[in-house]
Design a protein around this ligand. Structure first.
Ligand code: SF4
Length: 612
């Protein structure tokens, strides 16, 4: 088989055993890799209803056929499990040397099962697997743990590691790598913590199987140069994703004061220009010539690597406009191994709940020291409030009550990324129908919507665009496993990706040939959801109630008085279901599933829930 190693490594932490398992060429072509492999494995192997933080859950680490190849931005790996945040399928990707090393060790995926008896580091070197005691770094932050690992295994090793957040089962703990990369915001770090798995270290030196390696080498080298030249011309990586912040403020899409406002006159103080001026270093993922990890010094003089999402949610969303203070909250999240977006969402929600009189407490918007201290307590689950907030916004709102559920800014239990959609229907839909909860990575329609369509439209073309982008982003990029930024930010052609795929696998794909697999992956994520929540309905695909509330509309500015409309949003949602072939609950119909060759998976789902 070209393009895949054809093997998955399965490790059982409970019994300290492991084995290499082959997979078929048909499996590879049907599910491609990364997210595709992960959702298929987890759907087949997890019984519905298991505790995501129990030993029955499994962590899948999966790469794709173009991962680790010397071509633009191919250094990403997917981490996946049943999500402690949503209870559905959860995943994320991160830049890491594990990508290349796992393939060179001879595997396309790793499945970690069970629970270790004591804190453990999993060391994988080709056919050798060791269960290494990790008490020495248990309780340490990700930076210190990384250093300890590098001292023993060398800087070139592939490393995935968690911080105190994952150890203490904070539900929005992430997996970290390379001292700056994070992934798995639906709680993949907490799943590692629940298994007492502090870190995974991978080494390997076998060749990555490719159909035309000499050709790929030339194409990859040329395209790395092309992307670098495009970036030099555009200057995108001078500010990275933070360059979008002034635009979000200008078009009234910035999360301010727990998403209650969309613009702020001080937003310029935490924008990309300020970050570029404060820059002390730039970091990035392997195989990337447009590195976007821009680091500055925080209030304690520590390097903190910022992007738009963490700037927006740990800054304006908390009414914080001192960029060094934002950098400090970001540093703490990274060191504790917490998702910056969910952390910003949770802190904003709690300050809002206090302001609304729903909760008692001293935290106020704009209170940097209060936010910093509470964040530290959350990572260690210290005290009743921090323990509750470690559960995430949805569970915290359910416990607090008093109407706070309306302004708990999440979808399906995952906090909303840094785009305030109180009057952006298409992007609100993108958050609503994201199958892992509110994440912008699935369908970033906002740019198209604001610049190329009437903002107030709820037309079918927006639903179609959400589907189109899901196929490209959540489907193709997450399964071939490559960073989407060369395409999104620089306009590097999408036709390059089937070109890589064909050169590596020997296939003859056009871009559209990825869509059946993309649709299959989305449908299976939905079936996973249905098995866990047999009574689910279309309300699971609604954004927070506060975006529909006239009383919450901006009092002034670009969208003063505007808000989402329930009946029109519902019609837009129905367009999405119609295009996808989903029923009125938002679940793929039997006919849709069979057309996607998911008949067996449908039958498995019918033991627990009804299909139409
Ligand atoms: S553009 Fe940024 S996120 Fe993408 S591979 Fe490069 S450094 Fe990583």
């Amino acid at each position: 088989m070209h393009g895949w190693t054809g093997k998955i490594l399965r490790v059982d932490l409970t019994n300290r055993t492991y084995r290499s398992e082959p997979f078929s060429e048909e499996f590879a072509h049907t599910w491609i890799g990364g997210r595709g492999f992960a959702v298929k494995i987890l759907y087949d192997e997890l019984a519905p209803g298991i505790d995501p933080l129990g030993p029955e859950n499994k962590l899948v680490v999966a790469v794709g056929p173009i991962s680790g190849i010397s071509a633009p931005n191919t250094g990403k790996t997917v981490v996946a499990a049943k999500s402690p945040m949503t209870g559905g399928y959860g995943d994320g990707n991160l830049g890491t040397r594990v990508t290349e090393k796992l393939r060179k060790a001879g595997y396309d995926a790793l499945i970690v099962e069970g629970r270790a008896a004591q804190p453990t580091l999993l060391y994988i070197e080709e056919d050798r697997v060791e269960f290494v005691p990790a008490e020495e770094i248990w309780g340490k932050g990700t930076y210190e743990a990384n250093e300890w690992i590098y001292a023993r295994y060398g800087k070139g090793a592939g490393v995935l590691v968690i911080g105190q957040g994952g150890e203490n089962l904070v539900r929005y703990a992430v997996v970290r790598s390379m001292e700056g990369r994070s992934g798995g915001r639906p709680g993949m770090g907490a799943v590692m913590g629940s298994k007492l798995l502090k870190a995974i270290v991978v080494k390997g030196s076998r060749p990555i199987p490719q159909a035309l390696p000499a050709e790929m080498k030339v194409i990859g080298r040329d395209d790395l140069r092309t992307v670098h030249a495009m970036d030099q011309k555009a200057g995108w990586s001078l500010q990275g994703t933070t360059g979008v912040l002034p635009w979000c403020n200008e078009v009234a899409a910035l999360p301010v004061h727990n998403f209650r406002r969309t613009q702020h006159p001080d937003a310029w103080r935490v924008d990309g220009q300020r970050l570029a001026e404060a820059k002390v270093a730039v970091y990035g993922c392997p195989n990337c010539t447009m590195q976007c990890g821009i680091a500055m010094l925080d209030t304690e003089g520590r390097e903190s690597e910022l992007d738009y999402e963490n700037m927006g949610l740990l800054g304006p969303n908390l009414d914080l406009f001192d960029i060094r203070e934002v950098a400090t909250l970001n540093y703490l999240c990274d060191d504790f191994g917490l998702d910056t977006m969910s952390a910003g969402g949770v802190l904003g929600f709690y300050a809002d709940a206090i302001q609304q009189g729903a909760a008692r407490g001293t935290l106020r918007f704009g209170d940097f020291a209060g936010m910093r201290d509470l964040l530290t307590d959350i990572a260690h689950r210290r005290g009743e409030v921090a323990d509750l907030l470690a559960e995430g916004t949805r569970r915290a709102a359910a416990a607090i009550g008093h109407g706070s559920e309306a302004y708990a800014m999440h979808v399906k239990g995952l906090e909303i990324s840094a785009y305030n959609c109180k009057f952006i229907p298409g992007m609100a839909l993108a958050f609503g129908v994201s199958p892992i909860g509110a994440h912008h990575k699935e369908s970033w329609i906002i740019s198209y919507e604001i610049t190329q369509t009437p903002r107030e439209s709820y037309g079918r073309e927006k639903a179609q665009k959400v589907v189109d982008l899901q196929r490209i982003r959540g489907g193709m990029f997450e399964s071939i496993v490559s960073c989407r930024f060369p395409w999104v930010e620089l306009g590097f052609g999408l036709e390059n990706y089937p070109k890589y795929y064909n050169t590596i696998t020997g296939r003859d794909y056009e871009l559209e040939d990825f869509w059946p697999s993309a649709d299959r992956i989305y449908a299976l994520m939905k079936l996973f959801w249905l098995r866990e929540y047999p009574d689910t309905d279309r309300r699971a695909d609604y954004p927070p109630a506060v975006w529909f509330d006239p009383a919450n509309a901006d009092a002034e500015g670009l969208i003063a008085g505007r808000h989402l409309e329930y009946d029109q949003y519902d019609a837009l949602l129905q367009h999405y279901y119609d295009i996808r072939g989903y029923d009125e609950r938002g679940i793929p119909t039997r006919a849709t599933l069979e057309s996607l060759e998911l008949g067996a998976e449908a039958t498995a789902a019918e033991q627990f829930a009804t299909l139409t």
